[in-house]
Design a protein around this ligand. Structure first.
Ligand code: R5P
Length: 273
């Protein structure tokens, strides 16, 4: 692996735990102003100091994040479909590698739609993006099973989608936790991070998900709604960090969450940051 590419990858992962806590705020690219992400700047600001990387589009990066940040950026570079259409898989690359380099990002990310109507296009786009990433030293993260493909979220499907992504050259893969997640890990030769998916019933359920994913071989999380749609987003992010980096049990993470709730970071305080 080229030095620059390896260096960018290393920025996102802890040297001690080999894991990463990525904060995903890229949902607007196909969902529009999702609940609690209407004002992206206000949502991101209090969370940013506690994230190992921030995943978003170039539009929100330029408008909602100060260039003084030292947090590594994972830039979503695919899009072209919205929730108003039945077929979310009709995506293409929306951002050039030159712009990604201009933005000094640590990785680029795109969705792959295995089994969906535009499976072929998304996989070819992934291969092309990897060629560009190798040329410029920028890691590529493949994102499996966005949108309707989530309905197929089982180990057999996710193992296929993750392995295909790695075979096409993805340097890391974002996927979903599922029963028998170890089989997904076993078949994927590059690091996996897990998304949280739609807001779960409780903070505890999201902490459980993260604990199980790490225990079964994930190298971290790339989580959004279960953090910033929580009533206590900063506390939630800190509790997740304890799980991902510090081997905390869910009980210990919940205790940390409760302690952090006693010293809340109000959303509003971020609006001017
Ligand atoms: C899809 O909208 C994006 O890839 C998200 O970044 C991904 O789904 C992670 O966010 P969440 O934890 O909210 O699912």
């Amino acid at each position: 692996m080229d030095w620059g590419l390896q260096n960018r990858l290393n920025r996102m992962f802890s040297i001690a735990s080999h894991n990463s806590v990525m904060l995903a705020v890229d949902h607007g690219y196909f969902m529009g102003p999702t609940r609690h992400l209407e004002n992206a700047r206000a949502t991101i600001a209090p969370l940013l100091p506690h994230a190992d990387a921030l995943a978003l589009t170039r539009g929100i990066l330029r408008h909602a994040v100060e260039p003084t940040t030292s947090t590594p950026i994972v830039l979503r570079v695919s899009g072209g479909a919205t929730i108003l259409k039945d077929d979310l898989s009709h995506e293409a690359l929306t951002t050039s590698m030159e712009d990604a380099v201009r933005l000094n990002v640590s990785a680029v990310a795109m969705s792959v739609f295995v089994g969906a109507p535009h499976e072929h296009e998304s996989l070819i786009h992934l291969a092309q993006l990897v060629d560009q990433g190798e040329e410029y030293g920028v890691p590529v993260m493949a994102i499996t099973a966005v949108g309707k493909e989530l309905e197929k979220r089982d180990a057999r499907y996710l193992a296929l989608a993750c392995r295909v992504s790695a075979e096409l050259g993805a340097h890391l893969v974002k996927t979903y936790y599922c029963e028998d997640f170890g089989k997904v890990v076993e078949g994927c030769p590059v690091p996996l991070v897990v998304a949280g998916g739609p807001k779960l019933d409780s903070d505890r359920a999201a902490l459980d998900l993260a604990r199980n994913a790490i225990d079964e071989g994930a190298h971290g999380i790339d989580m959004g709604r279960n953090i910033w749609q929580s009533d206590h987003p900063v506390a939630m992010l800190k509790a997740l960090r304890a799980i991902v980096h510090d081997k905390a049990t869910v009980r210990e993470a919940l205790d940390l969450l409760e302690a952090e709730k006693a010293h809340p970071s109000p959303r509003a305080s971020a609006a001017t940051a």
